[in-house]
Design a protein around this ligand. Structure first.
Ligand code: ATP
Ligand code: MG
Length: 382
């Protein structure tokens, strides 16, 4: 059964227990737009402990009145009607006040198109002119945009995200408030900014959103991405998240510390930026040091930046022809080196092996045991 049918059942169960409940937010918007639903949120006047008595739940955000309910093999976020008290730090309401009135709950939501309700018969209930916005394809805040963004500045990035996801336009008043309050982005935890940026980059209409980020000056608060955004707008093809960041950080030369990437991602972005900026030409030594995958990515970025023509074929060919791809491929092992020279182990072994690799890669010596051994003797001066 479709997930939305199960949500309808949930609403009916709530009603049997004499509670109100509706599907709310993105699921209603996407249902109206006839696009696939990502997740289904349900809003109700039942308090979290009452929800937990009716459904199998897990307390995902009880502080904010949200529990996750498991129903017929699906998960639903069920949130109690709430009106937010005053906000701290431009992000978190300082106190959560539950409400019995669904209108309070709608007025704390971000955009009019996200303030729609749907009942158990899939009738859409519109208290906030959300349907009109969907029809006109505009994104505008519920209530005064300046006030809304001051309460929660993440909403500015969410506006750009919905532009990217849906291709809608941001309403002029909302856009002006974004321009005026762009600086509030600085107060947000980087994890949240990063999450939202990833969603923006993934959207089908990402370029529109990139233009908004630049136009509003929000880009100034996205460390190291400014040049990348300008470039991304010029490129016809849709960029993946990784390629976007690799390109942006190649233009920026470094990956700013502020971004909370995993070590793996940070390292990769930094490596690509290094190859793009520091390596004049990808040759055997580059391939040996950074591996084929990184070299191909760097080549791709160089092409995107217009630094170079596409060398993919040549790089692959060069790699296939390389006689050694790792130090283990040297025909003289480190153990043999020690045995035959009768010298004590030390940093000299690694150094000579590294030099041998370079010589072999440059075709200056052959990868043959005796040739390599002669080279060792020459280096240690015996
Ligand atoms: P998506 O397609 O990305 O899931 P969505 O609109 O469902 O879009 P969610 O992040 O899943 O977005 O949030 C669900 C709903 O919760 C929103 O539609 C909106 O009504 C409300 N909401 C989410 N984040 C905020 C916020 N920062 N401020 C106000 N309301 C919010
Ligand atoms: Mg959602």
């Amino acid at each position: 059964m479709e997930k939305i049918r199960k949500a309808q059942k949930i609403i009916r169960i709530f009603r049997k227990h004499e509670f109100e409940a509706y599907i709310v937010g993105g699921a209603v918007r996407d249902h109206v737009l006839n696009i696939p639903l990502t997740d289904i949120d349900i809003t109700t006047n039942a308090k979290p402990h009452e929800v937990s008595k009716i459904f199998k739940t897990e307390p995902t955000g009880v502080k904010y009145g949200t529990v996750t309910a498991f129903f017929e093999d699906e998960q639903f976020e069920i949130t109690t009607y709430r009106q937010d008290g005053s906000y701290d730090d431009n992000r978190h309401p300082s106190e959560i006040v539950f409400s019995d009135n669904v209108l309070d709950d709608l007025s704390r939501r971000d955009f009019r198109m996200n303030g729609l309700l749907m009942d158990d018969n899939l009738n859409v209930i519109d208290h906030v002119e959300g349907l009109e916005d969907i029809k006109q394809k505009v994104i505008q805040t519920i209530g005064d945009p300046a006030h809304s963004f001051k309460e929660d500045s993440l909403r500015m990035l969410r506006a750009a995200y919905f532009e990217s996801k849906l291709g809608f336009k941001i309403h002029m008043d909302t856009l002006v408030a974004m321009r005026n309050q762009a600086g509030l982005i600085e107060n947000l935890a980087n994890e949240r900014v990063l999450q939202e940026m990833i969603k923006i980059i993934k959207g089908e209409h990402a370029k529109k959103a990139f233009i908004t980020l630049m136009d509003t000056g929000i880009d100034k608060y996205l460390p190291g991405l400014e040049k990348g955004l300008i470039q991304a707008v010029k490129i016809k093809k849709k960029l993946t998240v990784d390629i976007f960041f690799m390109m942006a950080f190649s233009l920026n030369k470094i990956v700013p510390k502020a971004w909370k990437f995993s070590n793996k991602h940070r390292h990769r972005y930094q490596t690509i930026s290094h190859i793009v900026n520091r390596v004049k030409k990808i040759d055997e030594l580059t391939l040996y040091e950074y591996g084929i995958e990184n070299c191909l990515l760097a080549n791709h970025i160089q092409v995107l930046l217009g630094y170079d023509e596409d060398k993919e074929k040549a790089i692959r060919h060069m790699y296939d022809k390389m006689t050694i791809k790792s130090e283990l491929d040297l025909k003289l092992s480190a153990t043999e080196m020690l045995e035959r020279t009768q010298k004590k182990a030390g940093s000299w072994v690694g150094n000579i092996r590294k030099e041998s690799v370079e010589k072999v890669l440059k075709n200056e010596i052959e990868n043959e045991k005796e040739v390599l051994y002669s080279y060792v003797l020459e280096k240690i001066g015996e």
